[in-house]
Design a protein around this ligand. Structure first.
Ligand SMILES: *Cc1c(COP(=O)(O)O)cnc(C)c1O
Length: 459
C-alpha cells in the first residue's frame, strides 16, 4: 500500500520533470523549472509520502492511548534531527506531534513550523547559558544533561520564575545494542547522569530533593539496533528512580517521565516493524505503574515516524564494469546516505531498479555495485547487490530515506542538497506534489563557501 503509493509517485515525479534526464542536468543553472517552483530539476530528488507520515503519527498516538487510558496524558514530540524540514514539522504538529530540539537551529525550525513552546522539549548535551535562558523565557521544557548544567539552571531559576518544566537526563547504563554509535545507554555513554556510577543515584535523588522545581526525569535508551526489551528496561529504570524520589520527597514531585525515542526501523522490506503499538504493549507489560495515570509521559521518536516515508530518486549517469563487476554510477551517494556509505553493515538500504520512465524494472538479476557521484572509492549505496541490470538513464529508487538521510545532507564534493517534494495520491491514483525544500543552487553553494570573502587570504 505504501509501496504502491511510492511507485505511483516515482512515475509521476519522472513524468513531471522533477528529476532531470541523465546527461542533461546542470544543477544551479537555468534549466527546466520543476513544478512548485523548486528551481531547476537536478539528477537526484527526494520525495516524502505525506499520508504515510500522517499514518505513522496516528499509529503512535493510538498506540499510547490504548495502553495509558485516561490519565495525565502523553505528549509525543518528534526528534527534529531526524528530519529537520519546517514543512515536515508543521505536518507533524498538525497531526498532534510536538518537537524535541537539541540546538538553537532546531529550536528555530520548530518555532518557524509553529510548534508551541508547551509542545517543545530541549535536550542536548552542550546547552549554553544563552540557550538555557531563551528556553526558560519561552517556557520550553528543558532536560539538563548533568550536574553542572543543573547549577546553571539554579542560577536562572533564582533570577525569576519560569513556566518551563525542568528535568534531568539519566543514563541507566543498561548496555549497547548492535550499533555502537547509536547506543545511548552504555556504561560510558556521553549522555545524562550515569546512574550506576559510584554515588550517582544518591546524588540524583539529593539533586531533586534540593530542587522542588525539578519535576521530570528523562532517559533515551533506544535507537537503531537496540532491542525493544532494552528500551523498556530503560523506561523501567526511569520509573523506579521516579518512585524512589517521590517517596523520599513525600509528594509526587516528579510528574512527568520523558522516555526518549529510538524505536528501530526495518530497512529490509516495506514492512513497518516493530510497531509503536508493540512497543507500547511491551511497556505496559514491563512497567505497568508507568502507565497508570500518575505520570504524564513524553516521547521523542524520530526515525520511526519518518524513515519509511522518504524516497530518493537518482539517475544512472553511466554504467561500466570493473574487474568483471558491473557498476552503475548514479547521482545518489554519500551526500544523502552518509551513514550507509560510511557504515554499510550497520545501515544497509534497499536500492530498487526503475527504468528511465520510473517503472520498476523486472527480469534477470545481476550482481552489481550501485555507486554515488563522490570522489572516493567507498561511495557506494550498495555493493554486490542482486538487481535487474541498470542502464544509463535508469532511475534508482532508494526507499526508507525519510530520516537522517536527504534531510541531513553532507556537503562532500560540494554536491548540492537535492529538492524535496511531498506527495499525496488521490483515490484515482493522481499524484500531487508540493515543494518542501528547493534544491541548493550554485549561488547558494558559493555563498555558503565564502565566495564573498574570495580575497580574504591573499590580501
Ligand atoms: C536522537 C534522539 C531521539 C530520536 O531518536 P530516534 O532513534 O530517531 O527515534 C530522541 N531523543 C533524543 C534525546 C535523541 O538524542
Amino acid at each position: 500500500m505504501a509501496s504502491s503509493r511510492r511507485d505511483l509517485a516515482v512515475r509521476a515525479a519522472v513524468a513531471r520533470g522533477l528529476l532531470a534526464p541523465a546527461g542533461t542536468a546542470e544543477p544551479g543553472s537555468p534549466g527546466p523549472a520543476s513544478p512548485g517552483s523548486a528551481g531547476p530539476a537536478g539528477p537526484v530528488v527526494a520525495l516524502l509520502d505525506v499520508d504515510g507520515v500522517r499514518a505513522s503519527a496516528a499509529a503512535l498516538t493510538g498506540a499510547f492511548a490504548a495502553v495509558t487510558g485516561a490519565g495525565a496524558g502523553t505528549l509525543h514530540t518528534f526528534a527534529v534531527k531526524a528530519c529537520p524540514l519546517v514543512p515536515v514539522l508543521r505536518l507533524l504538529a498538525d497531526a498532534g506531534i510536538g518537537a524535541e530540539v537539541a540546538s538553537p537551529g532546531e529550536l528555530a525550525l520548530a518555532r518557524a513550523a509553529g510548534v508551541p513552546p508547551s509542545r517543545t522539549v530541549l535536550d542536548s548535551p552542550a546547552k549554553t547559558r544563552a540557550e538555557l535562558r531563551e528556553a526558560l523565557a519561552l517556557g520550553i521544557a528543558v532536560n539538563a544533561d548533568n550536574f553542572q548544567e543543573l547549577a546553571r539552571l539554579d542560577a536562572l531559576v533564582a533570577a525569576g520564575p519560569t513556566a518551563a518544566p525542568l528535568g534531568l537526563r539519566v543514563n541507566p547504563q543498561l548496555g549497547a545494542g548492535s550499533i555502537g554509535a547509536t547506543s545511548t545507554a552504555t556504561a560510558t555513554s556521553k549522555f545524562g547522569v550515569a546512574l550506576r556510577d559510584e554515588g550517582a543515584r544518591d546524588a540524583v535523588v539529593r539533586a531533586f530533593l534540593d530542587r522542588p522545581w525539578l519535576t521530570r526525569l528523562h532517559t533515551h535508551t533506544g535507537s537503531q539496533g537496540v532491542p525493544l526489551a532494552l528500551m523498556a528496561e530503560g523506561a523501567r529504570a526511569a520509573y523506579e528512580l521516579a518512585e524512589e524520589i517521590n517517596a523520599e520527597a513525600g509528594r509526587p514531585q516528579i510528574d512527568t517521565l520523558d522516555l526518549g525515542g529510538g524505536l528501530p526501523v526495518n530497512f529490509a522490506s516495506d514492512e513497518e516493524t516493530p510497531t509503536h503499538a508493540a512497543y507500547a504493549r511491551l511497556l505496559a507489560g514491563t512497567v505497568p505503574g508507568l502507565l497508570d495515570g500518575r505520570y504524564r509521559l513524553v516521547t521523542e521518536f524520530g526515525r520511526s515516524l519518518l524513515a519509511k516515508h522518504g524516497t530518493v530518486l537518482a539517475r544512472v549517469e553511466y554504467t561500466k564494469t570493473s574487474g568483471g563487476r558491473p557498476i552503475a554510477v548514479t547521482h545518489a551517494g554519500v551526500q544523502l546516505a552518509t551513514r550507509t556509505v560510511y557504515a554499510p553493515e550497520a545501515w544497509p538500504l534497499r536500492v530498487l531498479a526503475h527504468d528511465a520512465e520510473g517503472r520498476p524494472r523486472t527480469g534477470g538479476e545481476v550482481v552489481q555495485d550501485v555507486a554515488g557521484p563522490a570522489c572516493f572509492s567507498g561511495d557506494l549505496l550498495a555493493a554486490g547487490r542482486s538487481l535487474p541490470l541498470l542502464r544509463p538513464g535508469d532511475v534508482v529508487v532508494v526507499p526508507d530515506t525519510g530520516a537522517y538521510a536527504f534531510a541531513t545532507p553532507y556537503a562532500y564534493n560540494s554536491l548540492p542538497r537535492p529538492a524535496v517534494h511531498g506527495f499525496t495520491v488521490a483515490d484515482d491514483g493522481t499524484v500531487s506534489f508540493a515543494t518542501v525544500r528547493e534544491a541548493q543552487t550554485t549561488e547558494d553553494l558559493l555563498r555558503e563557501s565564502g565566495a564573498a570573502h574570495a580575497d580574504a587570504l591573499v590580501r
